[in-house]
Design a protein around this ligand. Structure first.
Ligand code: EPZ
Length: 443
């Protein structure tokens, strides 16, 4: 059994399936959860201080539960505030993380192989404790995903790094030293790592070609609340003045732009009128622009974004994934689902990950006509899709099958739902309240 599957069973999620009967328009309000990809680095940042970091609006996801366990292994005390009156099970959690005593600076293979982002613990452990031994995460379903640039950043900051038996052994017994770090390509994890290491380094660090993803800015803003000195937040040049220690803080996780984009595409594909509550359009502009080009109506409301498509056909639109503010790779599979029902042929180019087309063969099971040519998928839209039994290989691919199923005629059974539980909080509830016929079958 792959490690992820074994861990999923251990977390009590079993092998659930999701049954969808498609063809119903979506109408209603969907509250957007806190962003998984912001919550994970924020939780890891708790290792930087002996004081308590309180994170609000943490999504209830299996990746978050897994990271709580991984941090617990390092000695972080993790507690979750109890439910308050009026709170629904879909409201995010308030999580308190206290790393008063780091008892272990080793992140073993068994844990890191289950969640790649946990590799990022290397930075705060090294910055605060002067040492870390962290398993290399290995490849995954969407590509080889090396960590060479993360290691380069730590070496620039003065760390002595050795790779032995699948582990990165990083040492800086006299502390890290500020440096100029230039990333040859934009990397979210590289920027998170460099930031978390540089905040406790002696002197000034400049990160050039830093990732500008909102989740990077969210981490930087939280670090500032913890006492870090960072300027240039939101730009590709970050300047960090190192400090000797950080303190506790309270920070609210920003809303999940990928969850929001997914439901926006679902509404456009199935048709209907859906308001996504709590999301800021500026975090999702490239995706919303493509949605408008495809014929959906998108308007900003006081509380979020409203997506409508009633009767107008879906136009074929080309997309190329790029680092923020470009079109996100994490929405590529979902956009492909939408384009598979368009009037005409579209080209979707994936520039971030080399192997992120595993959904193509599953979308074909609905009758989608997609041809691959290197890093490009050529999608010949077909007027109607038909439900089918499908299975997915990664988180975003799985949800592309959900939105295809919502718009397809008849029944779809989605297997390996544990991928979805990694990144979509309360998916069935949110969609069924908009009229979708969707249910989870416990396995
Ligand atoms: C983050 O992964 C996200 N994960 C991914 O979301 C997201 O797809 C990705 O950023 C891009 O936006 C989390 O935030 C937990 P990268 P990350 O470093 O940081 C190459 C999801 O579904 N690279 O920005 O691992 C790399 O191979 C996930 O939620 C190197 O070559 O991505 C890729 O081609 C999937 N060497 C490109 O850079 C390195 O040392 C961008 O990767 C590091 C990265």
């Amino acid at each position: 059994m792959p490690p992820r599957e074994a861990a999923t069973r251990e977390l009590g999620q079993g092998m659930d399936r999701i049954r969808i009967v498609g063809g119903t328009k979506l109408n209603g309000i969907i509250p957007i959860a806190g962003a998984k990809n912001a919550a994970l680095p924020l939780m890891i940042a708790s290792l930087l201080t002996p004081e308590t970091l309180v994170l609000e609006n943490v999504p209830r996801l299996s990746d978050v539960r897994m990271l709580k366990r991984i941090l617990g292994n390092h000695g972080v005390d993790v507690t979750v505030a109890g439910k308050r009156p009026g709170m629904s099970t879909e409201d995010g959690e308030d999580v308190r993380l206290t790393a008063a005593h780091i008892v272990d600076t080793v992140a073993p293979y068994e844990l890191v192989s289950q969640m790649r982002a946990s590799f990022w613990v290397v930075a705060p452990l090294l910055a605060r404790m002067g040492q870390a031994k962290v398993s290399l995460p290995g490849g995954c379903a969407i590509g080889t995903r090396p960590v060479d640039l993360l290691i380069m950043a730590l070496e620039k900051l003065g760390a002595d790094i050795e790779i032995d038996a699948g582990y990165v052994i990083a040492k800086a017994p006299n502390g890290l030293k500020g440096a100029e770090i230039t990333f040859p390509k934009v990397t979210v994890g590289g920027t998170h790592t460099a930031l978390m290491a540089a905040v406790l380094a002696r002197g000034t660090t400049t990160i050039h070609n830093a990732a500008r993803e909102p989740e990077v800015s969210d981490l930087a803003e939280c670090l500032v609340k913890m006492g870090a000195k960072i300027s240039g937040i939101g730009t590709s040049d970050l300047v960090i003045e190192g400090v000797t220690s950080l303190h506790g803080a309270t920070h609210r996780v920003l809303p999940d732009r990928i969850e929001a984009g997914t439901y926006a595409f679902a509404a456009a594909m199935a048709g209907g009128d859906v308001t996504l509550e709590g999301i800021e359009a500026k975090h999702l502009q490239a995706a919303l622009d493509k949605l408008v080009e495809s014929g959906a109506e998108v308007t900003s409301t006081e509380t979020g974004i409203r997506i409508r498509r009633n009767g107008t056909p879906i136009k074929a639109v080309d997309v190329t994934t790029e680092a923020f503010p470009g079109f996100p790779t994490d929405l590529q599979a979902q956009f492909m689902a939408l384009m598979s029902r368009a009037n005409g042929t579209s080209k979707i180019v994936e520039t971030i990950f080399e192997n992120r087309f595993m959904h193509v063969q599953e979308l074909a099971r609905f009758g989608a006509k997609i041809r691959l040519d290197g890093d490009m998928a050529i999608v010949e839209g077909t007027g109607a899709l038909k439900g089918a039994p499908v299975m997915a290989t990664d988180l975003r691919a799985s949800v592309s099958l959900v939105i295809a199923a919502l718009a397809a005629e008849g029944e779809t059974m989605i297997n390996r739902v544990y991928h979805l539980d990694r990144g979509f909080e309360g998916l069935e509830g949110k969609l069924s309240r908009c009229g979708a016929q969707i249910e989870r079958i416990r396995g």
